[in-house]
Design a protein around this ligand. Structure first.
Ligand code: PEP
Ligand code: NA
Ligand code: MN
Length: 608
């Protein structure tokens, strides 16, 4: 094995040998990340029936994959943070004692890759040229994972060379996160494989102290593309705590005003709140320009001049397909139309393309649905799975900001926290200061939609939209947010805003048009950054007056705007006990400064 390894980096050779001994694959393939390799792997996946080559000219060099119907999403109940102490996993995570979990993993991974090829994928999250590049090596027995990882991250020989170079010149920077993945479906000699191997039993395991990831039983994106949620959020959040930065579930948007001044904004939203649409917004106001840097993950690090700098550590989109369409998100559609994409659990069209609900205004008269059945508009089930995905290189985005390629990112000017609330939370509010902004994030909430578990309309708290992704104790995470501000100069700290595009008007309809018209809220936010936007002080922060919002050319009533921007003390009286109950769940580790925010909110609401 050591003779075949295309590296002399001993820690990597040791890691690969150890996993090969445990999982006993038939062959080991070191992934070089080349186009030729991608072609060969996707050819093999077509041959195996895992991928369907799309023949429609609308989807060049693209493929469709169909998962096992029981392997369609992240499995939060099987996701574990195995810190040494249970307390350090906190109330938002599943914890198992690490020794016990290691024993379990040894058992399930034992022989797990029998009959399969083991792929070794060196990868970097962020840029190879970053001051402190964050490496990983994913070992997987899924070629679908290799092909998808090539879209989602920078992988292969260049990464390997950089690790080797740093091992010589700056050994502390050569560290890589060892990430082991198996679909958990070993093959006996002569056994016919299935198109989507997986296992009923699933483990998505993180050892935060040793920065290890072990994923077993699922081939699905968030469980199997280990650079994404497992590394760039869960493990990176722990690295960030220890190293003084933040790993967040946020998009990054660059806004340029008619005066040609640019601002960089990150935004966190729970799922089904329009995060991808905001990341790829087409401004509706004359002279305003939006460019994207990312749609899902933001790493926020202190820069040399007292600023916070942001990078998107990913190289692709792994976006929810249904609801992404030419009329709602043309920028995403244009990126997808350039091809080089892998679609998972979308429907197939008769001309060899893919389709999903919301892609086009007109529904095709016949499709093959994601489960392989004939489908017509009369069918009772959706054609695409609601969590169907497009996996597309981000550099195919026409509106990609050139700064996306800056190895150490750009200065962050504002952070938005948003949720889906029918009542109470106004269209936009600006936090009084950094800690008040953390309070917005800590209490971020969304009403469950029909797609989620539980009763429709139930308010679910999702701190910083990180509920399933905080790799350590949630109270410690808030404390880290409080403390990290000391790394920035006070006048360079990003301003924090709370937004809600979904508030209802007095008739029960949406009070605010949303979608691209959110440009008008972004404009006010920029004006606040510039010190010109007009605001009133309310018990929950600074909110725009009706006059302060640019509503030119917008067909809305004064009543609707009033309903969307108002801060109603009666609604906040009802909200406070819910917030109080939520903050109690953090227990002892809730930082005092966040508890104080609640007291201050109470007294401000009481005083109105
Ligand atoms: C995923 O589930 O793979 C994923 C990317 O998560 P989400 O889109 O829910 O953030
Ligand atoms: Na998901
Ligand atoms: Mn996400």
């Amino acid at each position: 094995m050591a003779e075949d390894a295309p590296t002399t980096h001993q820690p990597l050779i040791d890691f690969v040998s150890e996993i090969a001994q445990l999982t006993t694959p038939d062959a080991i393939h070191w992934v070089d990340g080349s186009a030729a390799e991608y072609t060969r792997l996707t050819d093999e996946l077509v041959e195996a029936g895992t991928l369907t080559r799309l023949t429609s000219p609308d989807f060049p060099n693209s493929f469709a994959a169909f998962s096992d119907p029981a392997d369609v999403a992240r499995v939060e109940s099987r996701t574990f943070i195995c810190s040494e102490n249970e307390r350090d996993a906190g109330f938002t995570n599943n914890w198992v004692e690490p020794g016990e979990m290691r024993k379990t993993l040894k058992g399930v991974f034992n022989g797990a890759m029998r009959g399969r090829t083991m792929y070794v994928i060196p990868f970097v999250m962020g840029h190879l040229e970053a001051d402190d590049p964050k490496f990983g090596v994913e070992i997987t027995d899924s070629a679908y994972v290799v092909a998808s990882m090539r879209i989602m991250a920078r992988i292969g020989t260049d990464v390997l060379r950089k690790i080797e170079e740093l091992a010589e010149t700056a050994p502390e920077k050569a560290f890589f996160v060892p990430a082991v993945h198996s679909v958990g479906a070993p093959l006996e000699p002569g056994q016919q494989d299935v198109p989507w191997p997986c296992n009923e039993d699933k483990y998505i395991v993180h050892f935060p102290e040793s920065r290890e990831i072990w994923s077993y039983g699922s081939g699905y994106g968030g469980n199997a593309l280990l650079g994404k949620k497992c590394y760039a959020l869960r493990i990176a959040s722990v690295m960030a705590r220890d190293e003084g930065w933040l790993a967040e579930h946020m998009l990054i948007l660059k806004l340029t005003s008619p005066q040609n001044k640019s601002y960089y904004v990150s935004a966190a939203f729970p799922s089904a709140c329009g995060k991808t649409n905001l990341a790829l917004i087409d401004p509706t106001l004359e002279g305003w320009k939006a460019e994207t840097l990312g749609d899902d993950i933001t790493w926020i690090r202190p820069g040399a001049e007292g600023e916070f700098r942001v990078v998107n550590p990913e190289a692709g989109y792994f976006g929810v397909a249904p609801g992404t369409g030419w009329h709602t998100n043309a920028n995403a559609m244009r990126a997808i139309a350039k091809g080089n994409s892998i679609f998972t659990n979308c429907a197939l069209t008769d001309d060899g393309g893919v389709w999903w609900e919301g892609m086009t205004e007109e529904t095709p008269s016949h499709l093959i649905d994601w489960q392989g059945n004939d489908w017509t508009p009369d069918s009772e089930t959706p054609a695409a799975h609601p969590n169907a995905r497009f996996c597309t290189p981000i550099d195919q985005t026409d509106m990609l900001a050139p700064e996306y390629f800056e190895p150490n990112g750009v200065k962050l000017d504002a952070i938005l926290f948003g949720g889906r609330r029918k009542t109470t939370v106004p269209l936009v509010a600006e936090a009084r200061d950094w800690n008040h902004g953390i309070f917005y994030g800590a209490t971020l909430s969304s009403e469950t939609t029909a797609a989620a578990e539980g009763a429709v309309g139930t308010v679910r708290r999702d701190p910083m939209a990180m509920l399933p992704f905080i790799g350590y104790d949630a109270g410690d995470y808030l404390k880290h947010w409080v403390e990290v501000s000391s790394a920035a100069a006070e006048d360079k700290l990003p301003k924090i805003f709370l937004v809600n595009w979904f508030r209802r008007n007095r008739e029960g309809g949406f009070a605010w048009p949303g979608f691209a018209e959110n440009t008008r809220v972004l404009k006010w936010i920029v004006e606040r950054l510039e010190g010109t936007g007009e605001a009133v002080e309310t018990p929950i922060g600074y909110t725009p007056t009706q006059q302060a919002l640019d509503l030119s050319g917008l067909d809305v009533t004064d009543e609707d705007i009033e309903d969307s921007i108002k801060v109603d003390p009666a609604e906040w009286q009802q909200e406070i006990p819910l917030i109080e109950e939520w903050l109690e769940s953090f227990g002892e580790s809730l930082p005092a400064s966040i508890a104080e925010q609640l007291d201050e909110l109470k007294s401000r609401v009481a005083a109105t």
